[in-house]
Write a protein of this length. Sequence first.
Lengths: 482, 486
Amino acid sequence: MADHKTGDQIPAAATDISWEVRNGVTRAADVLEKYLGEIERRDDDVHAFNLVLTDESRARAAEIDDAVAMGRNLGALAGVPVALKDNMCTRGIPTTCSSKILDGWKPPYDATIVTKLAEAGAVIIGKTNLDEFAMGSSTENSAFGATHNPHDLTRVPGGSSGGSAAAVAAGFAPVSLGSDTGGSIRQPAALCGVVGVKPTYGAVSRLGLVAFASSLDQIGPMANSVSDAALLLEAVSSHDPMDSTSIEQGPLEISQQLDWGVAGLRVGRITDLPEGASPDVNERLEVAFDNLRAAGAEIVDVEVPAFTYGLTAYYLIAPAEASSNLARYDGVRFGLRKDAPDTNAMYMATRTEGFGDEVKRRIMLGTYALSAGYYDAYYGRALKVRRRIAADFAKAYEKADILLTPASPTVAFKMGDKTTDPMSMYLCDTYTIPSNLTGDPGMSVPFGTGDSGLPVGVQVLAPALKEDVMFRTAAELERSMS
Amino acid sequence: MSEKAADTEVWTSNGYELVVGLEVHVELLTRTKLFSGSPNHFGDDPNTNIDPVSLGLPGALPVLNRQAVELAMRLGLALNCTIQRSTFARKNYFYPDMPKAYQISQYDEPISVDGWLDLPSGFRVGIERGHLEEDTGKSTHMGGAGGRIHGSDYSLIDFNRAGVPLVEIVSRPDIRTPEQAKAYVSELRAILIAVGASDAKMEEGSMRVDANVSVRLPGAELGTRCEVKNVNSIRSVGRAIEYEAQRQVGMLEAGESIRQETRHWDENDGRTHTLRSKEDADDYRYFQEPDLVVVDPDVGWIETVRSSLPVLPAARRQLLAELTGQTTDAEAVLVVTERGQDEYVLSVAQAGGDAARALVHVKEAFAEQGDDPSIPAADLAKLTSLEIDGALTATQAKQVLAEIVAGNGGDAAAIAASKGFEAMDDSELQSMIDGAISAQADAWAKFCAGDGKAMGALVGAVMKASRGQADGKAVTAILNERRQNT
């Protein structure tokens, strides 16, 4: 058994942690203590976690060290602490979606990704904060209080996976999982200066992910490096027969190709991209194009005319599905119940008390969009726009292998800046939304800093199941910064 | 049989005719639920056949049951439907026993469309569609009046039924009489059982009928319809439709108009009562279920299912009717086919028996026997031969049969001999009739004067004298002959 290690003796990268734990160089327990120590030291300020699984994670780390001592083969995430967004079901452990309405609920089952993490030898360190039911772009819409950006505690970490982004940025976990319905992994990744990936729809099982908008939701990794993100994505992706929308193929294979470079790759610049990105963000995007060109990529102009309608279509489709997905929180079977004289009054009291304003706003929007007499004008129309966007992207991908855009229009904004203006908050997702509508993958890569010295993310987009090319490009951008 | 034969009865009242379309929900006989692995089993302890999907827990996802799709296809094909590419939608509404607050149901693209069902009379009812959907849980309202949610103290919910696969079969509004409606339900039930799609037990709720009833003047546009629910037996189908039609005619005659509404059939008072009007109806906000994918059975699968279908009740009745010289809607044909004993009658005929006599005996004496009677077909064949040969009267045959049934078989001739049943010779019978006429002189006089009822006393006297062994038909014939000769 290896000597005990602390602090800097513990490797920072998940790939290294896993290698050292598997080979008995470093103990999983020591790795865990380093991260638990960081959480202890700083999470009161950051509030990345809704729940830190101190006892459970210690027991799990000990189990892994025992397995190593017995010479068992462990998976690719052996001893790697992973933070989970608190909308993924963990058996017997509260899963709150940062909502009062799930008060006291403990799922009787594990999400498929939780099972996959266990198989890979990972240690789940805690459940991270989010905008209630993943609705928001700042992690301020949480029933348990906002998460703060570790780079500047007066600023937001982005959202809705703000807790998972902040946890990685603050050094509370080497990697985390988030969920992305309209940019909820990529935008907070950009604002917190970490890598965030929204995989191809269907690449990662949604079983056990509490649904926001079922046709858009996708789980993905957040990490300090492109290679750690690849490691985690490979471990959790796979066909799941229990998710009917899961793609019938094995795990994604990405890691081996990270060093292949971008020579000959056609990288597309979208000439009709919606405006709104701030100058510092646009400046970094130009540097990204330059660096890829310098690495041998060909920069090509493409048009995606319907890109600009993505936001509008999204804010009809996502709320419509949400209005249906969130109808089950009725106080009958689990979670919060406010007693009232009759059933309808009980529904009303429970949902009035249990849901926050943004959730209520979206339920109302979605209910309206699906209503008799309005369906065709709103939801039906949005579906047509969605198909149009997919067709435009397919055409762009005939000319380019990869597209680059900003991940977020701005660097992290001040807390409270956008809470009174929902529309300004929705605009945060302008550049990330289209890939949820098309189902194609997208990822945000930290690419230097902008105003106030805050992180800027560049978004790499690719066609469905071309995660390998997307990651190669992201790895090249990462290398070009070092 | 296949073309639309004229149904002789037409329901009318004050010049109005009846128009009925039926929506029948049937629970499919799958091992597990429509979207999860919990058992699909009636009568278990409450909330034992449940799982995250059945309860609509956060994060749960539906996975479509292939067996349910196949049973829905069997049913669709048996109803002459086209099997097509289909999708699922969400029907959104709040109710405590509806776990997700939406029901997953096929909506604008059902699996089965455009079929028909022929009634035993030959009348054809169009089938608009057959679509798959999940059942809800079951609420029991405690305290308060009438088991209704309003006014109850509290409610208990059993989710064992939540997610049980249903097919809803929607007929076209082709039905014109309460009798046709009953025949439709009865025939649909027979088909469901024959293809193994459902046990179709109305009393257990595995087959539930809603009737859309309207009335109109012949040739006029369809009238405003009311949907009648809670019709829990075939008899109630007829009663509820009859009542509802009369109610509507009464309103129209009084100058009132019909409000489109859902009405509840009350078995006890024999009336329908307003449940909710159209204005109160939920807006279900249907949209395609994003957690499921398209169901598009290929031709190979459809043809495999089609070729595995059994011979359907209509064809079996046709065969039995032809063999026995009956009409397809004769009671004995209906009853024997429904019991599944039609094949047995065929085997009696194959064993050299008389099919018509066998049909009568099976209908009368085999009610307890099920679809695979334990009596060897050859034994019944022999009995019918003795009857046809005149060696046994119908009455004697019945007694011999009773013994055969009691003994799970037996030689008819031997049993007849042991009972002392000898074919009575004509002179013996004639002398018994002489005796009856002299003993019942008054009856004879009345009979001769044209009072047919008086014959009963005469036949009765002969039967008494023969200790029941005389052939009633022969006695009647002789009496009639004698009267003519008087």
